[in-house]
Design a protein around this ligand. Structure first.
Ligand SMILES: [Zn+2]
Length: 136
């Protein structure tokens, strides 16, 4: 179980690096096991097949937790994390994030050739690896 948490934590760290590089947010995020999540929220009733990890993101007034399906590839987990966190960053910024270098829309987190990357939703072009955004 520890290795599942470590695996997802490493993927989460890439996404959080992008947040830190391109915003002024001081967010922290951690990965916990399903059992920890249920212990914190006894009303939780998500179906559990033993392959779920929960991710928490804490900020000033902000908490998000969701389950990660460990059967997915690392690239798929990474894009899932990136998309979920992207929604929260966009809410907080009230603007596009991460900003496409050529347009004014947000980038898409997608799997390209087996890698988790940010692409332009307009032309599908590669912009950066997830975790590799420039400060801009
Ligand atoms: Zn674009």
């Amino acid at each position: 179980m520890t290795s599942d948490v470590e695996r997802v934590a490493a993927l989460l760290a890439d996404v959080m690096r992008d947040v830190e590089t391109t915003t002024s947010f001081c967010w922290s995020a951690r990965v916990g096991t399903y059992d920890e999540w249920v212990a914190e929220d006894p009303l939780a009733h998500m179906p559990h097949d033993g392959t779920m990890v929960t991710v928490y993101i804490d900020g000033d007034h902000f908490l998000l937790s969701f389950a990660v399906e460990l059967a997915l590839s690392n690239a798929e987990i990474s894009t899932g994390l990136a998309s979920a966190i992207q929604d929260e960053v966009i809410d907080e910024l009230q603007g596009a994030w991460p900003l496409c270098p050529r347009h004014d829309h947000p980038l898409d987190a997608t799997v390209l050739h087996g890698l988790a990357v940010w692409t332009c939703p307009h032309d599908g072009s590669f912009v950066a690896a997830i975790g590799g955004l420039d400060a801009g």
